[in-house]
Each structure stands twice: as C-alpha cells, then as structure tokens.
Design a protein around this ligand. Structure first.
Ligand code: HEM
Length: 260
C-alpha cells in the first residue's frame, strides 16, 4: 500500500479520539476535548525539543541550540494564544458538562510535570499522584533524575571558559533550581563579555516569562469560567493556581538584572 496523507498521519485513529461523555452531547464539550488534546501534543513536541536542547547545550552546538530555543519559544506563544479560544466558552457552557469530568483535571497531566522537570522545576511530591509502575510515574522518575535545562546551560558556560562554581555544577539535579548568589558574578561577566552566551541567557528569560504568561492566562481563564469553585482535581482552584504564578524557573537570571 502506498503511503498516503491519512495512513502516514493515522487520521482515522486521530479523529476517533474525541469522545464526549455528556448527554446530547453538549456542544462545547468537543472544543474542550480538542483543545486539551492539542495541548498534550504540543507538550509532547516541547519535551522532544527541550531534550534535544539539553544535549545541544552540553555538546556546545550553540548555533543549533539558539535555533531550537526559538522553536520552543514560538510553540509557547501558540500555547498562550490558544487560551483565547477556550475563553469563547462561557461559564454556563462549561458547567453544562463539567460534572462529567469527575476528578479529571489538567492537574494530572504528566507531560506538563515532565515539562516542568526538564525546565528545572523539580517537585518530587508530584510523583505521588501516579501509581508506581504506570507510564506516567516511570516517565517522571526518569525525568527527575535527569539534568535540567539550567544544568545544561551551566555546562555550556563552562565550555565557553566561564568560571561556574563547583557548587552549581554539582547540585542535586533531583531538586528544584533555586537562586545561587555565588553564580551572579559569573552571569554578570557573561552579560558584559560574551555576546553569544548573553543571547542564550535572554532566550532563557523569554522562556521563563513565557511559561509565567501561560500560567497567568490559565488562572484568569479559570477565574472567569468557574470563579472561586474548587478544581475537579481537588485543589482550591484559582487560589491554588495563583501560588504558582511568581515562581521563576531561572531565578538568578532575574536577580542579576539589578546589578547590570
Ligand atoms: C475551562 C477550562 C479550564 C478550567 C476551568 C481549568 C481549571 C483548572 C483548575 C481549577 C486547576 C487546579 C487543579 C484542580 O484542582 O483541578 C487546573 C490545573 C491545571 N490545568 Fe486547567 N483548566 C482549564 C483548561 C485547561 C487547559 C486547556 C489546559 C491545557 C492542558 C489545562 C492545564 C492545566 C494544568 C497543566 C494544570 C496544573 C497546573 C499546576 O499545578 O501548576 N487546563 N486547571
């Protein structure tokens, strides 16, 4: 059989995956399913690109790394923009099928947690939500033990001759990236003397800001759709989501700005 558009992309299988649960079914449930599935596909692609980027930075393939970073940032913009589509759904339209979600929630998206882990926001507690031996748990355990984008970036700086302190290079990669004042003089030196690495720093700040932008747009969308109701995933809802807003991935890159 020759390869066709449908056979290559598995279109029949793909189009069979949207299965509303509400009676009728409710018109807006299709949008809700499609948008979440599209997000999960973009999460998959982002993880794929970020894995590549971590390897590129450690191998000092900087031209390619900048290119990959640009792609990641462009996808992130699409993720933020897609919230506009979901905001065309009114609270009553959402409530018409919300109870069918039972305890299902984006909270349980293991790819989103993988993304956070690769980006440096390691939270071992996130693993507890997944049963040992499941795909989600196994993937997260592997990700937890891997170096993050920040760890790869520090190695890239070392390869370019910057004196990154050993405490930064030897940090426990299963822990979240936290601010480390000892690295500030190194980053200030990078900004003042190394245009190429400075470009990478600025793209990392774009990435950090981009994820914060997504979190902000998501929480506002949640507030306008369900107000202060609790989340289907069991959290306090918007109140919980607000606690995740001002948590930079790369705190040192923000803190050095005052000294530049
Ligand atoms: C009507 C639309 C939506 C509503 C009302 C909503 C609501 C919520 C709420 C209340 C939470 C907090 C956890 C909980 O208790 O459930 C949450 C978390 C989350 N949602 Fe949504 N959400 C919506 C759409 C989306 C979409 C389209 C995505 C894309 C994948 C998404 C991804 C997530 C993620 C990743 C979390 C976890 C965030 C974190 O823990 O930092 N949500 N959502």
């Amino acid at each position: 059989m020759p390869v066709t558009y449908s056979s290559y992309l598995k279109i029949d299988e793909l189009l069979a995956l949207q299965q509303p649960l509400s009676d009728g079914p409710e018109h807006d449930e299709m949008l809700f399913i499609v948008i979440h599935q599209v997000y999960e596909l973009w999460f998959k692609e982002l993880i794929h690109e970020l894995e590549f980027l971590v390897n590129e930075l450690q191998g000092v393939e900087v031209a390619r790394a900048q290119h990959t970073l640009k792609r990641v940032l462009t996808i992130l913009k699409v993720l933020v923009h897609q919230i506009d589509i979901l905001e065309t759904m009114t609270p009553l339209e959402f409530l018409s099928f919300r109870e069918r979600l039972e305890s299902g929630s984006g909270f349980q998206s293991f790819q989103f947690r993988e993304l956070e882990f690769v980006l440096g926001w390691k939270r071992p507690a996130a693993l507890a939500r997944y049963e040992p031996g499941t795909t989600a748990r196994t993937r997260l355990e592997r990700r937890l033990a891997e170096p993050t984008l920040w760890d790869a970036f520090l190695r890239y700086l070392v390869a370019r001759g910057h004196p990154v302190p050993a405490e930064a290079l030897e940090r426990d990669v299963t822990r979240p990236v936290i601010a480390m004042p000892a690295i500030h003089p190194v980053l200030l030196g990078v900004y003042r003397t190394d245009a190429e690495a400075r470009g990478v720093c600025e793209r990392l700040v774009d990435l950090d800001e981009g994820l914060m932008e997504w979190r902000y747009r998501h929480v506002k969308m949640v507030e306008r759709t369900i107000g202060t109701r609790r989340g289907t995933g069991g959290s306090a809802g918007a109140a919980y989501l607000k606690t995740t807003l001002d948590q930079p991935l790369f705190p040192d890159l923000w803190q050095i700005r005052t000294e530049l």
